[in-house]
Ligand binder design. Structure first.
Ligand code: NAD
Ligand code: LMR
Length: 327
């Protein structure tokens, strides 16, 4: 049996937390032979801590063989202590009529504090995955406060968008979704994100030769994927939770699986025309567990370049909006 890894989860008593923790404890995120200790961090609010206690009781009641311990806390110094993975979910969700960027004022400062504390107390091999919105810019804020942990340890989640895009292409083509591959998300987790259909394949053929309606690909497809979060809020009255938790399981599982190719928002080094020092979605290949390299070989046509320029501009604007929160 491997020794347990420590997985810190913020916002553990929230909606996403309720779908996520049971998947981690069951082995879906780190594998069926990897024990875990869950370090569950909540806001210092009585109601949240009480709810967290209830969630931990349910985790106990599942008798998961891989769950080797739980820490329940409202103190980030305790929650992130020696953590190998820090899953930053805890933040306000948006309501109807809001954009994710509208959350920056409230949520951004959470990531200033947490970035500093993770850098001070987490394990030397710590990896950080940000879900709380706006995820890309919150990730940039947290990473900017890290002096010990390198910036490439900080990733933000665009996997939900990749999963959404894969399903939409499969539905349009009338094929099983497992036949849709190489659909990657570029840029921001916002309506400007670009699902790069030109490189996608369906049953090994270019998706554009199977779905020949290029007006649909350039228009409704990008729009459906980009605005799916808002559509779910409109239908459900609350933001996506189970699918977001599932996407985080996929995000981390792919990051610990050498050879996996998947979309992750990572620090830009200027690839694909993104400004350096913003966190933008792009395709990566996992090298060793927790590490990755950006796949830089895809060529972009004029349409793709214009979409990337728009989502890049939004990320640069978000960065200017939060300069006082950066380390
Ligand atoms: P929620 O309101 O149900 O839960 C959030 C939890 O975070 C609450 O329990 C709250 O007490 C806690 N919290 C707040 N501040 C905290 C802090 N400083 N430390 C620890 N915990 C804290 O919200 P949710 O539906 O679980 O969504 C969480 C976040 O994830 C939101 O910002 C939402 O917009 C975002 N989200 C992102 C994606 C994505 O694809 N990136 C998808 C869905 C949701
Ligand atoms: C999503 O994409 O479903 C989440 O980011 C929640 C939201 O605000 O859209």
């Amino acid at each position: 049996m491997k020794s347990p890894i420590r997985v810190a989860v913020t916002g553990a008593a929230g909606q996403i937390g309720y779908s996520l923790l049971f998947r981690i404890a069951s082995g879906a995120m780190f594998g069926p032979d990897q024990p875990v200790i869950l370090q569950l961090l909540e806001a210092p609010i009585e109601k949240a801590m009480k709810a967290l206690e209830g969630v931990s009781m349910e985790l106990d009641d599942c008798a998961f063989p891989l769950l080797k311990g739980m820490v329940l806390t409202d103190d980030a110094n305790v929650g992130f202590k020696d953590a190998n993975w820090c899953l930053l979910v805890g933040a306000k969700p948006r309501g109807p009529g809001m954009e994710r960027a509208d959350l920056l004022k409230d949520n951004g400062k959470i990531f200033t504090t947490q970035g500093k504390i993770i850098d001070a107390v987490a394990a030397d091999n710590a990896r950080v995955a940000v879900v709380g919105n706006p995820a890309n810019t919150n990730c940039m804020i947290a990473a900017s406060h890290a002096k010990r942990l390198p910036a490439d340890r900080f990733t933000a989640m665009v996997r939900l968008d990749q999963n959404r895009a894969q399903t939409q292409l499969a539905k349009k083509a009338g094929v099983d979704l497992t036949t849709v591959q190489n659909i990657f998300i570029y840029g921001n987790h916002s309506p400007t994100m670009f699902p790069s259909f030109a490189h996608a394949t369906i049953n090994g053929k270019p998706a554009t030769s199977v779905i020949t309606d290029s007006a649909w690909l350039q228009g409704p497809f990008c729009e459906i994927v980009g605005k799916r979060g808002a559509a779910i809020i409109a239908a459900r009255g609350a933001s996506s939770a189970a699918s977001a938790a599932n996407a985080l399981v996929d995000h981390v599982r792919s990051l610990v699986t050498p050879g996996a190719i998947h979309s992750v928002a990572v620090k830009s080094n200027g690839n694909y025309g993104f400004d350096a020092n913003i966190w933008a979605g792009m395709p990566v290949k996992t090298t060793t567990p927790g590490s990755y390299e950006v796949i830089t070989s895809y060529t972009m046509d004029d349409f793709a370049k214009s979409k990337i320029a728009a989502t890049n501009k939004e990320l640069v604007d978000e960065r200017s909006f939060v300069t006082e929160l950066l380390g």
